[in-house]
Design a protein around this ligand. Structure first.
Ligand code: GLU
Length: 452
């Protein structure tokens, strides 16, 4: 029987090796550290997990595809972007995970997202493996025609790697309903197949699931509500700071309002908006989803209750709850200190890895309930899996049915994380609970399926 500290030494050694084998991928290193640093109790307690090669296989993607994406802008100039698809782990089902179009995308970013996705997808309890993809293409300021040509070029390579039983992409930052439409159209054209289950996040009327656009934000609020219930509180009357202004932020704000809380902020890379009356969702949706504008326009049009703060940190705004819903590493140590000083009760991650490790540590030490993204934002991919189920059955569920399924999945993820943390001596630590519970499910399947 190995002790916890011997196991920790082995895991630490492995982390050093991961850094050497994957140079210049700081986000992937961060994600690997975050998981491996919490696994010692379960690996020490269950000798099969210490089997040589198991964790080494888990941190090595099954397949990584990198490709050229050439496209022409409206003036006829040729641009060359880089496309990625990392098929990380398929022990539990077809690779599943979004595509991100953002200038910051590189292999390390996609690997961090793909690695997170393995555990997140495992936590949903559904049959989906982990993958992620994207491109360093920046859709901001591009016309619909340019975005369409880019998506068509991207899919002209990607189509050969994906399929409803193989790998099922969806959206992420920079990839919403418009992009999924163009990608699906090109896939259908090249393959001559109506293969609805090859992409999720499709439009209503051609295979999309009701509630998929809302699912990540709604799910995160349900997770935050479950954490608050553990503290004997609910969301009624709580104020919330939300970062971001994309799909996740918008439906986070919507669900908070539905449960009686008041979301008073949103943000983008130019700054943030504080609206003392609570964010007016119709206005925000109009600016972001229809006009594809920036949040300063919100403050301009909203009137006296709202102001725009250029630059600055949304986490400076005092609130009971914080729901980071923008991007990785957007909430750092100094932000955590400010939130704690302002009496925050819970932080729940709508984005992937938005809180730096130092900030997570501070929040947990201060007794703030902390919901890690791989648990708290799993509602999006869970409803993607429900979309796949509907596609395979050639049927469409009602919004009510999808919402009920989502609520029950989020409740079960919360209790799995909660109970697992307790079982391994870390009560209240949802990070440990999520990592161990996700790991157990994937590791058991990998062990059963042999060394592949
Ligand atoms: N991009 C989302 C995530 O980070 C959703 C992925 C999906 O629906 O496949 O989980």
């Amino acid at each position: 029987m190995t002790t916890r500290s011997e196991t920790q030494t082995t895991l630490t050694h492995l982390l050093t090796e991961i850094e050497h084998r994957n140079p210049a991928q700081p986000e992937f290193h961060q994600a690997a550290h975050e998981v491996l640093e919490t696994l010692a109790p379960v690996v020490a307690a269950r000798p099969e997990y210490a089997e040589p090669g198991l964790i080494e296989r888990l941190v090595e993607p099954e397949r990584q595809v990198i490709f050229r994406v050439p496209w022409q802008d409206d003036q006829g100039r040729v641009h060359v972007n880089r496309g990625f698809r990392v098929e990380f782990n398929s022990a539990l089902g077809p690779y599943k995970g979004g595509l991100r179009f953002h200038p910051s995308v590189n292999l390390g970013v996609i690997k961090f997202l793909g690695f997170e996705q393995i555990f997140k997808n495992a936590l949903t309890g559904l049959g989906i493996g982990g993958g992620k993809g994207g491109s360093d293409f920046d859709p901001h300021g591009r016309s619909d025609a340019e975005v369409m040509r880019f998506c068509q070029s991207f899919m002209t390579e990607l189509y050969r790697h994906i399929g409803e039983h193989t790998d099922v992409p969806a959206g992420d930052i920079g990839v919403g309903g418009r992009e999924i439409g163009y990608l699906f159209g090109q896939y259908r054209r090249i393959t001559n197949r109506w293969e609805a289950g090859v992409l999720t996040g499709k439009g209503q009327g051609w295979g999309g699931s009701l509630i998929r656009p809302e699912a990540t934000g709604y799910g995160n609020v349900l997770f935050a509500a479950a954490m608050m219930r553990e503290r004997g509180e609910d969301l009624e009357g709580q104020t919330a700071v939300v970062s971001g202004s994309g799909n996740v932020a918008i439906y986070t704000i919507e669900k908070l309002a539905a449960l009686g809380a008041n979301a008073i902020t949103c943000s983008d890379s130019s700054g943030y908006v504080v609206d003392e009356k609570g964010i007016d969702l119709d206005l925000l949706k109009q600016i972001k989803e229809i006009e594809r504008g920036r949040v300063d326009a919100y403050a301009e049009r909203r009137g006296a209750s709202a102001r725009f703060v250029a630059g600055g940190s949304v986490w400076d705004v005092p609130a009971d709850l914080a729901l980071p819903s923008a991007t990785q590493n957007e909430l750092n140590e100094a932000d955590a200190e400010t939130l704690i000083r302002n009496g925050v009760k819970a932080v729940s991650e709508g984005a992937n890895m938005p809180t730096t490790p130092e900030a997570v540590h501070l929040l947990q030490k201060a007794g703030v309930a902390f919901g890690p993204g791989k648990a708290a934002n799993a509602g999006g991919v869970a409803v993607s899996a429900l979309e796949m189920a509907q596609n395979h059955a050639r049927t469409a569920w009602t919004a009510q049915r999808v919402e009920e399924e989502l609520a029950s999945i989020m409740t079960s993820i919360h209790s799995t994380c909660h109970d697992t943390a307790e079982r391994y001596g870390a009560p209240g630590d949802y990070v440990t609970g999520a990592n161990i519970a996700g790991f157990e499910r994937v590791a058991d399947a990998m062990l059963a399926q042999g060394v592949i």
